[in-house]
Design a protein around this ligand. Structure first.
Ligand code: G5P
Ligand code: MG
Length: 225
């Protein structure tokens, strides 16, 4: 499908996908990024890449991530602003998993140029569904593609449909870590919903439907926004 002309050099679009852990940010971000022709930047994926390459940044982030805690703001901000300074972000980008605290949101605001069109999409999913999704989520060790053993299983058990890689459970999808991630979400990230609502840039989407229905709803909001 062809990328839609919803972003331009004179009016770059920065899209933020908000939502609790496991609400579908990554799944939807891949599709939106393709549709709009802007890069998908997931701070969680950037950390996981650093962990698999055993970098200093990865070593620092791993302890926090595996305990379900947030990585300290200064570490996240350095990594994120480095990434969005690359040329592929000049015409806009899509943020998945950032910002996650008020200081991160405030730092982003200072960083954004005046002509940027900011749209924040909040995926609303209740905690009990999040717990079930995390328990069933399978992630490809090689390409990162996401499945769910209950809702969207791979064609062959344990094998990625896209690249044939091994499917694993993320270390932070263990039941006790998911509970901690939800607790952290409600105390540190949920206040951002109000923060962006007050600025008039928030769009809410019901994230409990099928991925296709959720995607269509998100695209509707993006076209209006
Ligand atoms: P991440 O990597 O950002 P989370 O916790 O925000 O992790 P997560 O777990 O990656 O979010 P997601 O991306 O919102 O979830 O969801 P997903 O993977 O696409 O889908 C979840 C499941 O639901 C899948 O099984 C999928 O098949 C199914 N699903 C998806 N969409 C739908 C749908 O529309 N309908 C239905 N029915 N099912 C669907 O962060 C990880 C850690 O990194 C650190 C933190 O330690 C964090 O815990 N970190 C940061 N720390 C500080 N600041 C930041 N900015 C940080 N960013 C990351
Ligand atoms: Mg994700």
């Amino acid at each position: 499908m062809q990328a839609q002309d919803l972003s331009s050099p004179s009016n770059p679009k920065v899209v933020i996908l908000l939502g609790p852990p496991g609400s579908g940010k990554g799944t939807q971000a891949v599709r939106i990024s393709k549709e709009l022709g802007i890069p998908h930047i997931s701070t969680g994926d950037l950390f996981r890449e650093n962990i698999s390459q055993d970098t200093e940044l990865g070593k620092r982030a791993k302890t926090f991530m595996n305990a379900g805690k947030l990585v300290p703001d200064e570490v996240v901000l350095d990594m994120l602003f480095d990434r969005v300074a690359r040329p592929d972000c000049a015409h806009g980008y899509l943020l998945d998993g950032f910002p996650r605290t008020l200081p991160q949101a405030e730092a982003l605001e200072k960083h954004l140029a005046k002509n940027v069109q900011l749209i924040v999409l909040d995926l609303e999913v209740p905690d009990e569904i999040i717990v079930k999704r995390a328990e069933g989520r399978l992630t490809c060790k090689s390409c990162g593609n996401v499945y769910n053993k209950y809702f969207s299983p791979p064609l062959k058990e344990g094998v990625c449909d896209k690249c044939g890689g091994e499917l694993i459970q993320r270390p932070d999808d263990k039941a006790d870590v998911v509970q901690e991630r939800l607790r952290v979400y409600h105390s540190q990230t949920a206040p951002l919903v109000e923060f962006y609502a007050k600025k008039g840039v928030l769009q809410r989407v019901d994230g409990t439907k099928t991925p296709e229905v959720v995607f269509q709803a998100l695209m509707q909001k993006l076209k209006k926004g």
